[in-house]
Design a binder for this molecule. Structure first.
Ligand SMILES: Nc1ncnc2c1ncn2[C@@H]1O[C@H](COP(=O)(O)OP(=O)(O)O)[C@@H](O)[C@H]1O
Ligand SMILES: [Mg+2]
Length: 311
């Protein structure tokens, strides 16, 4: 784990804001390094720094352009762009911006800038995807080759995150963006993991606590205290659930009781019957109950390669 935080240095901040005094630089630094937001005034300074913007643009967000509305955010269509407005939690806004600054991988979605809406609320702006994976589940159902192609790209993006100390913590179909409407011809770099609102950084040792993965994708050990090196394994569990949903369009686990049934009888689990055996084998590989034995993204990618070769 190389700790991408090393890339955020106070010197860079001082160079970006040469006329800002030391006390204010410290306030901005605390925001960009996700320590504390002392004063709302400095959020705009922090965002300008994170997106390397000298100026702020304004947009008018209209309710008729809402693409998606969640508990914490609203996503709007704006011509060829999308704009995400994070409704209440400023920490999430800074976290998504920080991750956009520090990551660089073809299978991870990056916001390109921040803008202010008509109410002076900061929002994130980025390229518009064709759809999310949730919307194309019916088109990929029972197409093992296509499913593995898409899933492998997701694993590559996740591997990059994990190697850089970031746990996504909300892997599910609606958090995967698709940038090609012709799925049969999709290229790897047209599949991108998005939504870092639930993520956490291993380096900060601030375990999720109140940040739980969406229920159907939540690992049995999601809320158990574990050594820091295992946090990323909660994403692997979610990947197992995601792959099953890609294959069948059905949730693998509706609740934690289903996981208990599953763990007692993995080889004869009802939901696995009459499904593609190679994909089921891969799903079982990821759904290792013992978090210390659950595979890494790298091991999963290797396994996919061996499956692809033998089909
Ligand atoms: N760049 C994008 N292009 C198209 N749709 C997007 C884009 N980003 C997000 N969305 C849509 O908005 C939804 C919510 O965005 P997301 O970042 O996941 O926020 P939330 O935290 O509300 O889940 C996504 O599931 C997707 O359908
Ligand atoms: Mg989401």
């Amino acid at each position: 784990m190389n700790g991408l935080f090393i890339m955020i240095s106070k010197i860079d901040l001082i160079n970006f804001y040469p006329h800002v005094n030391e006390k204010e630089i410290n306030e901005i630094y605390d925001i960009v390094s996700l320590k504390k937001i002392h004063n709302d005034k400095y959020i705009i300074y922090a965002l300008c720094f994170l997106f390397n913007q000298k100026n702020v643009n304004y947009v008018e967000l209209k309710e008729e352009n809402v693409l998606s509305e969640g508990t914490f955010s609203k996503v709007y269509l704006d011509d060829i762009y999308v704009i995400k407005k994070i409704l209440s939690n400023k920490y999430i806004l800074v976290q998504e911006s920080l991750i956009s600054k520090i990551i660089d991988h073809p299978n991870i979605f990056k916001w390109s800038k921040f803008v202010l809406d008509q109410n002076m609320k900061p929002c994130l702006m980025g390229d518009l995807a064709i759809l999310d994976l949730y919307c194309c589940l019916t088109k990929i159902k029972n197409k093992p080759k296509l499913i593995l192609k898409i899933f492998k790209s997701i694993c590559k993006g996740l591997k990059y995150l994990h190697e850089n100390g970031i746990v996504h913590n909300d892997i599910k179909p609606s958090n995967i963006l698709i940038f090609n409407k012709n799925l049969e011809n999709i290229k790897s770099n047209e599949i991108k993991i998005c939504d870092f609102s639930n993520s956490c950084f291993e380096i900060m040792e601030s375990r999720i606590e109140t940040k739980y993965t969406t229920l159907n994708y939540r690992a049995p050990n999601n809320d158990i205290e574990h050594d820091i090196i295992y946090y990323s394994k909660c994403d692997i569990w979610s990947c197992g659930c995601l792959l099953y949903e890609m294959l069948t369009n059905d949730f693998l686990f509706a609740n934690q009781n289903d996981i208990v049934t599953f763990s007692k009888n993995i080889d004869d689990f009802n939901k696995f019957k009459n499904q593609n055996p190679m994909i089921i084998e891969l799903i079982k590989f990821m759904l290792e109950i013992d978090i210390t034995k659950r595979p890494s993204c790298n091991q999963i990618i290797e396994k996919i390669k061996s499956i692809s070769l033998s089909t």
